[in-house]
Design a protein. Structure first.
Length: 168
């Protein structure tokens, strides 16, 4: 099991590779703010990715969970003190409290996760791990790297690391 933030879900859906999240991490959980951001806001802007994410929710391997009081308090503290979006703060609080890996692409979120002792990986790491564990072939990996670079900014060192098949 792992915790996903909204950005990683949207990115995976845009790449049409939500299945890799499931295969690499197992079941995923998201907090209410991520659900709100991804599903409700996605519907408002007619984002086609919403249907992929709804399918994952309907399939049961992606679940929206309510935060415990302690998780809510931590999420509020993180949002207030760091300026993180509520969905990112909830994802961090869930991952910390449940001792699960966090799937997040935002550099600040990953840095905060490291500072909190939370294992974190972004979509580049998920894609690289999928190749390393033979869940995808090299051709599919290379295609995903190119498409990922088209939809989000990747530093040259991240792309180089992915192409030399190092995990993140």
């Amino acid at each position: 099991m792992a915790v996903a933030d909204s950005t990683s879900l949207i990115t995976a859906a845009k790449l049409d590779c939500l299945y890799l999240l499931r295969e690499v991490t197992g079941p995923l959980i998201i907090g209410p703010a991520s659900f709100e951001w991804v599903i409700k806001r996605g519907v408002e802007v007619s984002a086609k990715e919403v249907s992929y994410i709804r399918s994952a929710l309907d399939g049961g391997w992606l679940q929206m969970v309510r935060l415990s009081r302690g998780e809510q308090d931590l999420a509020e503290q993180l949002a207030r003190s760091t300026g993180l979006h509520r969905s990112e703060a909830e994802a961090l609080a869930l991952a910390k409290d449940k001792r699960q890996r966090l799937i997040a692409d935002d550099k600040e979120v990953r840095g905060m996760a490291r500072a909190m002792g939370v294992q974190c990986v972004g979509m580049p790491g998920v894609i690289t791990e999928a190749l390393a564990t033979n869940r995808i072939r090299l051709e599919a990996f290379e295609d995903l790297v190119v498409r990922l670079a088209d939809i989000t900014w990747l530093s040259p060192s991240v792309v180089a690391g992915m192409l030399t098949h190092r995990t993140w």
